[in-house]
Design a protein around this ligand. Sequence first.
Ligand code: NAD
Length: 299
Amino acid sequence: MTEKIGFLGLGHMGGPMAANLVKAGYDVAAFDPAPAARDKAREDGATVVDTAAAAATGRDVVITMLPNGKLVLDVYADLLPAANPGTLFIDCSTIDVADAKAAADLATAAGHRALDAPVSGGVAGAAAGTLTFMVGGEAADFAAGLAVLEVMGGKVVHCGGAGVGQAAKICNNMLLGVSMVALSEALVLGEKLGLSHQSFFDVVSTASGQSWALTSYCPVPGPVPTSPANNDYQPGFATALMTKDLGLAANALRDNGVDGALGALAAEIYTRFNQDNAGRDFSAIVTDVRNRSTREGAQ
Ligand code: NAD
């Protein structure tokens, strides 16, 4: 078993992920500049260190869970020279595919090994150790990191080479964002036409318009009692995070010359909605569609 782990970024996701590694018996050296995150990690049994570099020194695996790609690249500049040759770097942050590839290139050029391993499952999945990991990198490095990832996750999928884990994440979330907007438009159209939410659900959930957004995460109260719509759109998955992920997807569409009209439009729609609704669940977009719809149709 790999014994020594460095963990950087002890926020909503990283905090409970690091705590699960400690619980599983790993020796975790943790770093975060935020005092509250450091205190919590100490309570959870991690050894809190004072610099990023100290979290990489003498470690077998170094995990990062940070807000964006620029930060990952900046932090790697401190971590890579401090680590023993051959250290396995696993970045679990959601970042641009291009930044993920750049981070892996920096790590391998410095004589280390690297995986991108973004997650889905949110804060609840991080706490329960049931995250899904989408992993990019060499097969041998994936095999080396699997035991550690399985402590934090319920499902770990090797998707391909460097950056391909991030690709899986943004493709999925682009599809989710687009389908939530499309579902919201259909629901509001149904309202205008006198179709109740329950009748809409009863038909569409078993018809060709069916989607996860409808059957597991219905954006109106009633048909799926566990969905955030029944709890005044408390996240769940915050609009700020969906907006971030759609922005990454829009960058990837552009960088790769893909004619992704709907993905780009969903990014625009959520960017606008995010201005006043960043902390609400992303399914609250249905309220925006409703509010922006005219009372009367075109004459
Ligand atoms: P967060 O803002 O709660 O945590 C980020 C942490 O990084 C903070 O504690 C911050 O102090 C720390 N940090 C900043 N600079 C640092 C540095 N130089 N060294 C070490 N730590 C540093 O964010 P989060 O919700 O935990 O999300 C982390 C990542 O996971 C993001 O990329 C996000 O997109 C992704 N993600 C989040 C969720 C979710 O539901 N929150 C779900 C899936 C993926």
